[in-house]
Design a protein. Sequence first.
Length: 202
Amino acid sequence: MIESNFHTPQRQSLVGIIVIFLNILQKNIRSFLPLIIVMAVNFEADDLLKTIIMVVCFVIVLIAYAFLDYWNFTFYIDESNQEFRLNKGIFNKSKTSINLGKIQQVSLNQNLIQKIFNVFEVKIDSAGSEETEVVIKAVSQNQVFLLKEQLLAFEHLRLTNLEAAPDFAKAEIGGNFGQKLLTIKLITLFKVGITSNYIKSI
């Protein structure tokens, strides 16, 4: 049976550690590509052992970072407050709360790495925000559609309430159509018009 309880803090899929590691690795390779090329051109056989040690240490640091990023990244649906909550951060902790009624779109994406490990990236957009507020890098295929369904359940409820609202609004507004907001006599308008024209001519 598929676990679908998102009302308690959840972590990403366990393979998310690998996904996070590979994403960080490729970003670092792109950032340091010029330096890597220079080192490769000037490489000497005597530097082989030193290079291997440096690479191994670098990989260990990235693996440790990926694990800590995975471990400190939790998310859940707070049903009592009707919010989606996300906690993340290794050194600088951050907490994000989104009102479930304001969630407008939940996007599911896969890059090459995510396809290999059969996980999805989840992006959550809410009303009043121009940027994507939440990005979850690795949610398993078994979980991702259930998560999307539960996140959008409140949006569907909101839209249903909006569809029912116009009749109620018309009834409220319609009761005021017969009321006079302000009564002005014709002679008063005539006097105001003459006075205004007189002032402009001075």
